[in-house]
Design a protein. Structure first.
Lengths: 176, 1075
């Protein structure tokens, strides 16, 4: 990594508790308080669509390239900044400082994580939160240009850094 | 003499050990004098021929090496020393001579005179750079022995020794020699006056720092880098004189080094600071702090960060000596420590930032160094935090402030693992400023009120609530800080959140409850008066109607809270009284009353009502059972449980038994309620003593077999409309249901308690019946078509526990099963397969009672099951049964007093596995072969993997064939089994790699929703796929990589969330899979 650190003393936020999905008793489907109903909750053939929480679950534990913290801890990503439509996903992220040179890398790591973890039918848009970065347009353009993303992923040094950020993605230490 | 000469000459020719041994034996027995040997060797020792001379000296050294230490007198040693010293000049003899010397110096008759001669000779003649490692090793050993045994003589040699040794040792590079050299240097530096040679010794020690040595593979000497590091560290910290030279070097290495070097340097500094002392610490105070600050405030990794904090603690400990209590607390703080503190406190000034956490970590390390420093730090930090908290401009950072405060409080608190209730019990509550005879006031004394106030304010707002609760629990863990009155106040403030709706309090309930239950162990009265009443009030007297979802959630929340809080004995007593009272209201004690109270309801409402009421009663019983379980799981909480055999159980039995007899509709006949009831009975009975169990089981038998219901209900029972005979084959379904309770009462009974059965009709006309007869009757009872699943389960548990604990008493029964029952029912093709499957289940539980004690009859019972594998009607059930026998269960456990033999699973497994394997190996595709495969799958899945690791190569093909069986349960069993063994199998390359491609294809097929409707199998298959890249060499699987990634992309769109999650994991692992 280059010697320059863009934000050496970032703000750390508390992790939100895992969004707990409700049991059958809590949703009123059953009258009975049953300790061992966890199996039959998912027994039926009901479809559980991909939602905001699930996308957030995928990207929350990606590491920041600059700090030993996750994107969630730095509030770079949050569940509210994700929108899911039928076949379209929009992820917005907030760089910790407006001059952050790592923004493209962060955006790219989110994109790669989602490319690998979501079915191909989704179109994914990744944006910097409006007004949070000095070269917002350039970053957005770079992140949503297929050719540029593909070119970036040809660069071995970049891919190595990227894999490092993604190493922690999906780690289950705080979920469950 | 002649013998000596002959032996010496023969050695010179053959170099055999025997000659050396002969001479050593001669010396030991006193027949040979060492000087004779020298004389005999004379011609060789002085020979002009180099090889002969070397050999002569070598022989002498060999003899000395083995010579008993007391056999050489002073004279002989003197002569030998002189001789060896003279041989040091000679390059040919220097090696054997040094070897001889290295042994000679350890002889007791080696005197002070020889010390200086030997050393002078070594210093004069030995040129270390010209010698090989092994020879240099002798030099270091000679000196090390002398340093240990003749330290005073060496000290007398003074500067000559010090300077000469430093010159001798400099430039050494071999780790084997360095280990000795470091030991010498440590002693010299610590005990000799090295004031004139500080620089020399600094050179020969610090030049090795940091150690970067890495041992070569298969190093025969077994010297690790850590050995060297530890040894060197002892040298570096041996003398305070190194201080002003060493610290700059350390700081330089710290700034420039890799993480490993950094940690090594930090550890060395920790060791050195106390030795180098206050003056040095002050001299370099600023530089050291700025270096450490960097490591702490911008840590490169957590380990280095922790090491830096440890070093900082040592550093501050040196700077800030402990002082006696004075009035001016905080006045005697060292200027450097003040600076450090100020820097950290300044970082806290921006509480939401990463460096604030680092600053707090640094401050926390000061706690406990010395009372005055603790007081100073805590006061400074607390003041800053309190100010920040109340600063209107910083309102948004209040949560961060509280979290920092919590870190500080945690540093002062007892570690949470020792805050077990037993410890807390002993902890006295604060009585005044100086309790415990501690000479210093607690560091929190002055700040406590402000902090408590701050935390309570924190509770009020949703963003700071959770941190505030954590802060309070840290505060409570600090010994003797909070007074009883303050505890009451905390309980009052926190208690507010217990009964609120979860959305109002953002789900802090769990943390609130854990805080309150930690208080309940010391100050239960606060909970009893403030927390419990509103919770009990939240429980309605009758069940909310079916559509009142939120009311139902509210009562369950209150019950959960109660069951978490009421483990403490007095609180538990209240809980039992209040909850049983509620139950009485829900289940009217007599049919007549029930008729009265329901008279106004219409019939339809009543049917609606019944299920809601039953669910409410079920929730109440579940709460009771959960609390009991929490109590029974912790020995220190369980001591009051036995008394409930006379309070809670009779009450429950009365309610359940009355319900079974009455003709009215009653909720307590519901199997789900009976199930929880049984759980409560088991939990209480397992804590009883043998005598109590005997009394209890007698009462149970009287009630269930003889109709004497009052014996178990504490004498109370409403008038009987019907006889209570649940075990008769003509009993009503309601009465039959209560057998669950009968079984529960027996499961935890120890085997020492005899089961005494009186006459069946209570008239004693038929005399006492045997246990065998009871069980036979029970089998019949079980085989009735009206027998429900729960009833059958109860009967089976009863079989297992009674057969296990009273095997000898039931031998008639077991014989009867094997002879009559086997042919009449189990193996009778004229009986429907459904009935036979049920009897296989009965069979399994009877056999289980025998399997766990490795009884000899097991084989007969198992043989029967193998016979059934051939029978197309019940073969799969029999196959499953073979696996079920190896499974552990909740009945035959140590807690329940079962008779268990060690390794019983292993024995069973070893007996059954070969038979199952044999049957499965016949590749005829028949139904019979499939049955064996299924048996194998269930069996292997039921036991720990260690039992069959060695068999994996033969099992693999069988398990893979088993995956063709369509049944999802079998597939997921097999995949689980394969996953469990993936690491073991990959060690043994051949077995897994051979099947790698098959495995990939099979698993991909099993994870597609189109091919495999059962999502559990899909999850299992995906889990397995995600393990494969870690277990198999890349070159074997890389042809599949793109296919796997492509197929997994489809699975990412699975309708089930759990499946998608596993698919993401698997796909990520395959993306990372590369050569």
């Amino acid at each position: 990594m280059s010697g320059r650190i863009f934000n050496e003393n970032p703000t750390i936020y508390a992790l939100s508790k895992k969004s707990t999905r409700k049991s059958r008793f809590e949703t009123g489907q059953s009258l009975w308080v049953d300790m061992d109903d966890c199996q039959d909750t998912s027994d039926g053939s009901d479809v559980e669509p991909i939602d905001q929480d699930e996308i957030f679950e995928l990207i929350r534990s990606i590491s920041d390239p600059e700090h030993p913290n996750s994107l969630e801890e730095l509030r770079v990503v949050s569940a509210e900044q994700i929108e899911v439509d039928h076949n379209h996903i929009m992820v917005e992220f907030t760089p910790t400082v407006p001059h952050c040179g790592m923004s493209t890398l962060i955006g790219l790591s989110i994109r790669v994580r989602l490319l690998r973890s979501l079915p191909p039918r989704f179109k994914i848009d990744i944006r910097v939160k409006p007004g949070s970065h000095q070269s917002e347009l350039a970053v957005n353009k770079q992140l949503n240009d297929k050719e540029r993303v593909a070119a970036a992923l040809e660069n071995p040094a970049l891919v190595e850094t990227l894999e490092k950020c993604l190493e922690t993605a999906g780690s289950t230490d705080h979920s469950d | 003499m002649e013998f000596v000469e002959r032996t010496a000459r023969s050695w010179m020719l053959f170099e055999r050990d025997t000659e050396v041994n002969q001479l050593v034996a001669g010396i030991s027995s006193g027949q040979v004098a060492l000087l004779d040997i020298v004389k005999a060797l004379g011609e060789y020792l002085t020979s002009a021929e180099d090889a002969l001379r070397t050999k002569g000296v070598r022989f002498l050294s060999l003899v000395i090496e083995q010579c008993p230490k007391d056999k050489l007198n002073r004279q002989a040693v003197r002569v030998l020393v002189t001789f060896y010293c003279s041989k040091l000049e000679d390059t040919e003899t220097i090696t054997p001579a040094l070897k001889g010397l290295s042994h000679l110096v350890s002889f007791p008759s080696f005197s002070s005179n020889e010390v200086s001669d030997t050393l002078s000779a070594i210093f004069m003649h030995v040129n270390m750079k010209a010698l090989v490692q092994s020879t240099r090793f002798f030099v270091f050993n000679v000196i090390y022995s002398l340093v240990n045994s003749h330290r005073d003589d060496l000290k007398k040699m003074g500067d000559h020794f010090l300077s000469s040794y430093a010159a001798l040792a400099s430039g050494e590079k071999d780790p084997r020699n360095l280990l000795v050299a470091f030991k010498i240097a440590r002693v010299v530096l610590a005990e000799f006056d090295t004031s004139k040679h500080v620089e020399d010794y600094f050179e020969v020690t610090f030049c090795y720092f940091p150690i970067t040595f890495r041992p070569p593979p298969n190093d025969p000497y077994g010297i690790s880098a850590d050995d060297l590091k530890d040894s060197l560290r002892l040298c570096l910290s041996a003398s305070p004189a190194f201080g002003s030279l060493g610290i700059p070097l350390f700081l330089e290495k710290l700034t420039a080094g890799s993480p490993t070097t950094k940690r090594d340097t930090l550890q060395a500094m920790s060791a050195c600071f106390p030795v180098y002392g206050l003056t040095v610490a002050r001299e370099f105070g600023e530089k050291v702090w700025s270096a450490l600050k960097l490591e702490i405030f911008q840590p490169i990794d957590p380990l280095t960060e922790q090491t830096s904090l440890d070093t900082l603690r040592e550093f501050v400990r040196v700077l800030q000596p402990s002082s006696t209590p004075t009035d001016g607390l905080g006045d005697d703080i060292d200027a450097h420590v003040r600076t450090i503190c100020n820097d950290c406190v300044e970082a806290i000034g921006e509480p939401e930032k990463a460096q604030a956490k680092a600053g707090m970590k640094a401050l926390c390390t000061f706690v406990g160094i010395s009372p005055n420093l603790s007081f100073y730090t805590v006061t400074e930090a607390a003041d800053t935090l309190v100010k920040l908290f109340h600063d209107p401009g910083e309102v948004s950072n209040r949560a961060a402030v509280i979290m920092l405060l919590t870190d500080l409080l945690n540093a002062l608190a007892l570690p949470s693992n020792t805050s077990e209730p037993s410890v807390l019990h002993k902890r006295p509550l604060s009585t005044g400023p100086t309790s415990l005879g501690y000479p210093w006031p607690s560091p929190l004394e002055s700040a406590k009120d402000a902090l408590l106030g701050l935390l309570v304010v924190g509770l009020k707002s949703s963003s700071t609530r959770l941190p505030a609760i954590h802060g309070l629990s840290a505060l409570l863990r600090i010994p003797s800080v909070v007074t009883d009155e303050e505890l009451g106040y905390i309980v009052l403030e926190v208690g507010e959140f217990v009964s609120k709706e979860p959305y109002e309090v953002e789900d802090v309930t769990i943390d609130v409850l854990s805080l309150l239950s930690s208080i309940s162990t010391t100050a239960a009265h606060h909970l009893a008066t403030q927390i419990l009443p509103p919770l009990f009030a939240a429980l309605p007297d009758c069940a909310p109607p079916r559509d009142a979802q939120s009311e139902r959630a509210a009562y369950w929340r209150a019950l959960c809270a109660l069951s978490t809080l009421c483990v403490q004995p007095t609180l538990f007593e209240t809980l039992v009284i209040r909850l049983t009272a509620k139950l009485d209201l829900l289940c009217p004690p007599s049919p007549s009353m029930s008729a009265l109270s329901h008279v106004s309801y219409t019939a339809t409402v009543e049917v609606e009502e019944v299920e809601s009421t039953a669910a409410y009663a079920h929730a109440i019983l579940t709460a009771l059972a959960d609390t009991l379980f929490a109590k029974v799981s912790k020995p220190e909480l369980a001591h009051d449980v036995p008394k409930y055999v006379d309070r809670l159980l009779p009450h429950l039995f009365r309610l359940f038994l009355e319900a079974a007899i009455t003709s009215e509709q009653c909720i307590l006949t519901d199997p789900r309620l009976l199930h929880v009831g049984a759980r409560i009975v088991k939990l209480v009975v397992q804590t009883l003593s043998i005598e109590q169990q005997q009394k209890f089981v007698g009462e149970t038998v009287a009630a269930f077999l003889n109709g004497g219901v009052k014996s178990i209900t504490g004498g109370e029972f409403s008038s009987l409309t019907d006889e209570f005979r649940p075990l008769r084959t003509d009993a009503s379904a309601r009465q039959r249901g209560t057998v669950t309770l009968f079984a529960a009462a027996h499961i935890p009974i120890r085997k020492e308690v005899p089961v005494i059965l009186k006459g069946r009709d209570g008239t004693n006309a038929s005399g006492p019946i045997s246990l065998s007869a009871l069980l036979k009757n029970l089998v019949e009872w079980c085989d009735l078509p009206i027998c429900s699943a729960l009833q059958r389960e109860a009967a089976c548990e009863l079989f297992a526990t009674l057969v296990n604990k009273h095997t000898d008493d039931v031998s008639d029964f077991l014989d009867d099963m094997l002879k009559n029952y086997w042919s009449a029912t189990l193996n009778n093709p004229n009986i429907s397969s459904e009935v036979r499957c049920n009897s296989i289940n009965t069979w399994v539980w009877i056999t289980k009672g025998l399997v766990v004690q490795s009884h000899q009859l097991v084989s007969s019972f198992v043989d029967c099951l193998f016979t059934l594998l051939e029978d197309g009607a019940v073969d799969w059930s029999a196959a499953r049964a073979l696996g079920a026998l190896a499974e552990s269960d909740h009945v035959l456990t140590k807690r329940n007093g079962a008779v268990l033999k060690i390794l019983h699973v292993q024995r069973y497994f070893d007996a059954v596995l070969p038979r199952a394997q044999e049957g499965a190996k016949k590749f005829d595709g028949s139904r019979r072969e499939t049955a064996y495969l299924i048996a194998l799958a269930y069996l292997v899945n039921a036991v720990p993997k260690a039992m069959y690791t060695t068999q994996i190569p033969t099992l693999m093909p069988l398990l893979l064939r088993g995956l063709d069986v369509a049944d999802p349960a079998i597939r997921s069993h097999i995949i689980h089994c394969l996953s469990n063994n993936i690491t073991t199998a990959s060690d043994d390359q051949s077995s897994l790699s051979t099947y790698a491609s098959t495995l990939v294809v099979v698993m991909l097929k099993n994870c597609m929703v189109t091919d495999m409707p059962d999502h559990r199998v899909r999850v299992a298959a995906l889990k397995y796929l995600s393990l494969l890249p870690g277990a198999i060499r890349y070159d074997l699987l890389h042809p599949y990589k793109s296919e796997v990634l492509k197929d997994l992309a489809k699975v990412l769109d699975d309708p089930k969330r759990v499946v998608r999650k596993e698919a993401v994991n698997a796909r990520t692992n395959w993306y990372r899979y590369s050569g």
